[in-house]
Design a protein around this ligand. Structure first.
Ligand SMILES: NC(=O)c1ccc[n+]([C@@H]2O[C@H](COP(=O)([O-])OP(=O)(O)OC[C@H]3O[C@@H](n4cnc5c(N)ncnc54)[C@H](OP(=O)(O)O)[C@@H]3O)[C@@H](O)[C@H]2O)c1
Length: 337
């Protein structure tokens, strides 16, 4: 049984903790939180042992009736692996502490790539992180692109990838990011940081990405164009993508024609927090002309990196190969709509 601590029980951390708990070969030893707010209270009510990240604030947790299980160092020492889901740039400040306790660590995409020897996507380069001490799951947008481009590369060869990422302005609870009423080239410069992020796991990929931020909180929408080395039909590309468990083909007949409708569907069918772990590719958007493939896909920013983080834990522990890990994760979470 692999033991896992979660540092940063926010948007990603709380989902990772639940996903780890659902695995047959993993156990959550505790989670850490900086502020004694509603999320900290909910963590203890769910049954997670809580370890304050900031020792100077331990009393505040106790004063608010939120039970504290121990010090942050004790949490780090208790885990074979820590999944660090602290805000961007904070994870690297813990690097020495993780090393001191000989605890392996899965960082998230907000950290610089050099925080770990490898960046990670379970479908693209799982084996690079086998038995390593640290890895970094690439960002939600990069994860979505990696999942789609990997089978295309394997099957047809890819000359280049060009993607416009229409990005949500903030997560639903990020009131400090809105409301906004604008459409922002974000960044104005090309490429956005997603292209180098993708090259961190596919160094030889010719890729350009552009970012646009819109006033929405639900999901990201990608408009993707791929120049293939072959000229398959749209139908065979559909079949190829349909065989990928973390890609869901959304038919027009399903009635899910927008990100909001996808979210409503998964909520209606009982997905906790409305999480969409899969890339949602609209089947009828897939078009191929002279080897130039285009499609739209929706990416749930709060969820798609969660199964990847679980697989990253197994890679660091050397517990399974990538295929077995992905299928164990997917089965225990119910990935595949
Ligand atoms: N949200 C997304 O859409 C998304 C998608 C993919 C990847 N990511 C990446 O995932 C990581 C986490 O993002 P997030 O959106 O989950 O952030 P978040 O919702 O802000 O959660 C961060 C958590 O870390 C805690 N924290 C803050 N400072 C800390 C510190 N010094 N030590 C320990 N814990 C601390 C926060 O606690 P307090 O609230 O008490 O301060 C909070 O529980 C980032 O690298 C981000 O780039 C995010």
């Amino acid at each position: 049984m692999m033991t896992v601590g979660v540092n940063g029980y926010g948007t990603i951390g709380k989902r990772v903790a639940d996903a780890v708990s659902a695995q047959p070969d993993m156990r959550v030893v505790g989670v850490s939180k900086r502020s004694p707010n509603h999320e900290a209270r909910a963590a203890t009510e769910i049954g997670y042992d809580l370890y304050p990240a900031d020792p100077d604030r331990t009393d505040e947790f106790e004063q608010r009736g939120i039970p504290v299980a121990g010090s942050f160092s004790e949490l780090v020492a208790a885990g074979d692996v820590v999944v660090d889901a602290t805000p961007s740039g904070v994870g690297e400040t813990y690097r020495d502490l993780y090393k001191e306790h000989d605890t392996s660590v899965v960082y998230q995409g907000g950290e610089d790539p050099d925080v770990a020897p490898h960046s990670f996507n379970a479908r693209t380069n799982y084996s690079d992180s086998l038995n390593s001490t640290a890895t970094r799951v690439v960002s939600c947008n990069t994860t979505g692109l990696a999942r789609a481009v990997t089978p295309l590369r394997e099957q047809y060869g890819v000359q280049s990838l060009d993607a416009t990422l229409i990005r949500r302005g903030g997560d639903p609870t990020q009131t400090d990011r809105g409301p906004i009423n604008d459409i922002l080239p974000d960044p104005i410069g090309v490429p956005s940081h997603h292209a180098p992020d993708l090259q961190a796991i596919m160094p030889d990929l010719d890729v350009t990405t552009k970012g646009v931020t819109v006033p929405a909180t639900l999901m990201h929408l990608h408009s993707v164009t791929v120049s293939l080395e072959a000229d398959p039909t749209a139908a065979t590309v559909r079949e190829l993508l349909n065989d990928e468990n973390r890609i869901e083909l959304i038919s027009t007949a399903s009635g899910c024609q927008s990100c909001a409708e996808i979210q409503e569907y998964v909520l209606d069918t009982g997905r906790r927090r409305g999480d969409v772990w899969e890339n949602c590719v609209w089947a009828d958007s897939i078009d191929v002309s002279d080897g130039r493939l285009s499609f739209f896909q929706a990416i749930h920013q709060q969820a798609d990196v969660v199964p990847e983080s679980v697989d990253a834990v197994r890679a660091l522990c050397g517990a399974m190969d990538g295929e077995e890990s992905r299928s164990t994760t997917d089965e225990s979470l119910g990935v595949g709509m």
